[in-house]
Design a protein around this ligand. Structure first.
Ligand SMILES: [Zn+2]
Length: 235
């Protein structure tokens, strides 16, 4: 354990945290949501996605993965033209901004050099708020770099585009937590739609573990290259 390069912050003793921090002062914040993702995916999909991607990335780049935050604004619950009032817990944009500010403030004061804030939820302006808070801190000081992103920001469009419970998200969920996905709950005799199925993007009926694995591995490869370049500047 003492020669570990990464760990889950909330499962470690202070001495273990310090040992990792010394080598890799990188914090990962998986930022998710509790949001209705249709009848085929669990409500915590965005949280699970961000948590697992951060964990896989930390295994390669080193550092400390914080527990996921499942607080998000701009959920499907309040999308115009659809009617999914249940199975989501939505928070205000103002609160999301405050939590992000207070969280980052403390990571900066604890002298992390790189903070990776990965948003599993891409509703807007939720995602832009997280990026805006990060940019404000980046402008203010130079000892720490805060990288706020969504997974699709660093993936080619043919592999993954922003989507809601569609091919990409469902494949990732099948890869990481297959027991939580039921593709059979999707309609068989008609098209899959946003209005009826809460799906925005490519057909989730084609989702598979292999594609999820390919998305996850490409994300980790691309993100770890970025982190290497941040290390050159900030370590
Ligand atoms: Zn999602």
């Amino acid at each position: 354990m003492d020669d570990a390069n990464w760990g889950h912050f909330d499962r470690m003793l202070p001495l273990q945290i310090e040992a990792i921090f010394k080598k890799n002062p990188i914090a990962y914040i998986p930022w998710g949501a509790i949001e209705y993702h249709g009848n085929h995916n669990p409500t915590g999909l965005d949280t699970h996605k961000a948590y697992h991607l951060c964990t896989d990335l930390a295994k390669v780049s080193g550092g400390l993965v914080f527990p996921p935050i499942s607080l998000a604004a701009n959920l499907i619950k309040s999308y115009k033209g659809v009617d999914f009032p249940k199975h989501s817990i939505e928070f205000s944009e103002r609160l999301v901004r405050s939590i992000c500010e207070e969280y980052l403030e403390q990571l900066i004061s604890q002298e992390f050099k790189i903070v990776v804030l990965l948003s599993g939820h891409a509703g807007q302006p939720h995602l832009d708020i997280l990026k805006d808070v990060a940019e404000r801190y980046n402008k203010k000081q130079t000892d720490c770099y805060i990288w706020a992103l969504a997974e699709f920001d660093i993936l080619p469009n043919e592999l993954l585009e922003a989507n809601h419970s569609a091919l990409g998200e469902t494949s990732l969920q099948l890869y990481y937590e297959p027991q939580t996905v039921v593709l059979d709950n999707l309609p068989k005799e008609r098209e899959v739609t946003l209005k009826q199925d809460a799906v925005s993007g490519k057909d989730p009926r084609l989702a598979n573990k292999k594609l999820g694995e390919q998305i996850a591995k490409t994300f980790v490869l691309n993100a770890s290259k970025k982190i290497e370049s941040f290390k050159q500047t900030y370590f």
